[in-house]
Design a protein around this ligand. Structure first.
Ligand SMILES: Nc1nc2c(ncn2[C@@H]2O[C@H](COP(=O)(O)OP(=O)(O)OP(=O)(O)O)[C@@H](O)[C@H]2O)c(=O)[nH]1
Ligand SMILES: [Mg+2]
Length: 457
């Protein structure tokens, strides 16, 4: 792809709306420097080197000063977009920033669409598509681990894997297209085995990469952690203790929480999306019954379940049955049984069945619980700090489809299908991988990706 292609210039405010020390207006495209120069009083920007910064004023059409600014110049292709780019740093007031943008637009520059700068970077070959997506992931990241995962992708780690798979598949295609006659096995047996081994390796490696998705999803989107239990068990108190503020109402009246309450909680780089729920009980109250239904619904969608049992009164047989049922229904989802109110006289022998006992009000075992939550959330998951994670459903889907085609090619090979037949699957597998890095793309994919971006990115 040419790295110097230049589109008409676009401009947008690149910093968040609000008051700040400075705000940045970014302009990119053909003749961006000359256009900004029309509204700039200071040095002649068209005569300056790339990567230089210049003090001056932005003047409106009537020659009235709009603001004092610093202007940074990037000559094509040495910019984020690969195009001529100007970044104007002005005073960070909402109105003044808007006015600088309007002044720039008035010299004949179009307002940028969401993600248009990054889309241009992609179209100009500055970034692969997965790297462009990583830029959005970094901006939207809600935990440090999510930032790490996005950085890995931005650095091209996923792209490297994809390119290696593509090369392996291209090698396999080349073997197939030598028009091997697999029907005569005794003649071509060596090649057939080699081809089979190559495809099996790709299949296995695709499988390994796909296995990281479950962790990748938790790291990127957060661990949906649902607190359930009987009314008054201390669910809302624990939520408040974990997030460190009074997010949910706590009273000694059973049935206080009526609706599910969400709160984000970051621990050791991982985001937990905590969901406090209405206490489980049979009730004639319509509102509370709806709350209990929502508790069940939240449970169904959980990545981690915490069942809280008040230790200050003994188990009823019914509650035991209820807990066992929840535990069973959790299936593969980690399920933690916590005894609460450990600061008061215990009526229950917690050691026999509880993962931990805590007192949220007295801070007993809260740090231990936090650690337990993280360990259980990531147990049996592929995670170490340096490992590459697949975090996007788009990438996962493409990897799955690609793998399916590889497996179909392997089946075809086992059934001694002809080379024509096998190459159809191999090409399809290649195409799927190409959609991840953007070698193969279409407007629909690009729109859905770049519309997630902010304007100005
Ligand atoms: N002593 C003691 N009391 C606690 C502790 N945790 C919660 N409580 C008390 O137990 C009562 C119920 O707490 P909540 O957090 O509202 O319980 P809940 O499970 O959210 O209850 P519902 O919303 O009704 O389902 C309140 O009076 C809390 O102060 C604890 O660790 N020790
Ligand atoms: Mg509550």
């Amino acid at each position: 792809m040419p790295s110097t292609s230049q589109n008409n210039p676009i401009a947008a405010i690149a910093t968040p709306v609000g008051e700040g020390g400075i705000a940045v207006i970014r302009v990119s495209g053909k003749d961006a420097i000359a256009k900004v120069n029309e509204a700039f009083k200071g040095k002649d920007l068209t005569k300056q080197d790339s990567h230089t910064v210049h003090f001056g004023r932005i003047l409106d059409k009537e020659g009235q000063p709009v603001d004092e600014v610093l202007v940074t110049i990037f000559q094509a292709p040495h910019s984020y977009t690969g195009e001529e780019t100007v970044e104007i740093s002005c005073h960070g007031g909402v109105l003044v920033t808007q006015k600088v943008l309007e002044t720039v637009l008035a010299v004949g520059i179009k307002p940028a669409e969401a993600g248009e700068f990054t889309q241009r970077a992609f179209l100009n070959g500055k970034l692969d598509l997965d790297q462009a997506e990583a830029v959005a992931d970094i901006i939207h990241a809600k935990s440090l681990k999510a930032v790490d995962a996005a950085h890995q992708q931005l650095e091209g780690r996923l792209g490297e894997h994809i390119k290696r798979f593509r090369q392996q598949i291209i090698d396999a295609t080349a073997m197939v297209e030598l028009e091997l006659d697999f029907a005569e096995e005794d003649v071509e047996f060596a090649n057939k085995e080699q081809l089979q081994k190559l495809l099996e390796d790709v299949d296995e490696e695709l499988g390994n990469l796909l296995d990281t998705y479950e962790t990748g999803r938790l790291v990127k989107d957060g661990v949906k952690t649902v607190l359930i239990g009987r009314p008054n068990a201390g669910k809302s108190t624990l939520l408040n203790t974990l997030v460190g503020k009074d997010r949910a109402i706590v009273t000694d009246i059973a049935g206080t929480t009526r609706d599910t309450i969400d709160a984000d909680w970051n621990y050791d780089g991982l985001l937990f999306k905590l969901i406090d729920t209405a206490g489980l009980r049979e009730t004639d109250d319509i509102v509370e019954a709806e709350g209990v239904r929502r508790s069940q619904q939240a449970f169904e969608q959980a990545d981690l379940v915490i069942y809280l049992k008040d230790l200050s009164y003994p188990f009823s047989e019914k509650e035991r049955v209820e807990i066992a049922a929840f535990q069973k229904r959790s299936g593969e989802t980690p399920f933690i049984l916590i005894g609460t109110k450990a600061d008061i006289e215990l009526k229950e022998d917690w050691r026999t069945e509880f993962d931990m006992r805590i007192s949220a009000t007295e801070g007993v075992n809260i740090n231990e619980l936090k650690k337990l939550l993280k360990d259980r959330a990531l147990e049996n998951k592929h995670y170490d700090a340096s490992s590459l994670l697949v975090t996007s459903t788009r990438h996962r889907d493409a990897l799955q489809k690609s793998r399916k085609h590889i497996q179909e090619a392997l089946n075809g090979l086992a059934m001694s299908m002809t080379g024509d037949f096998l190459s159809i699957d191999l090409r399809a597998a290649l195409n799927e991988l190409g959609t991840i890095t953007g070698e193969i793309t279409n407007e629909h994919i690009l729109d859905s990706i770049f519309s997630r971006f902010c304007i100005g990115k």
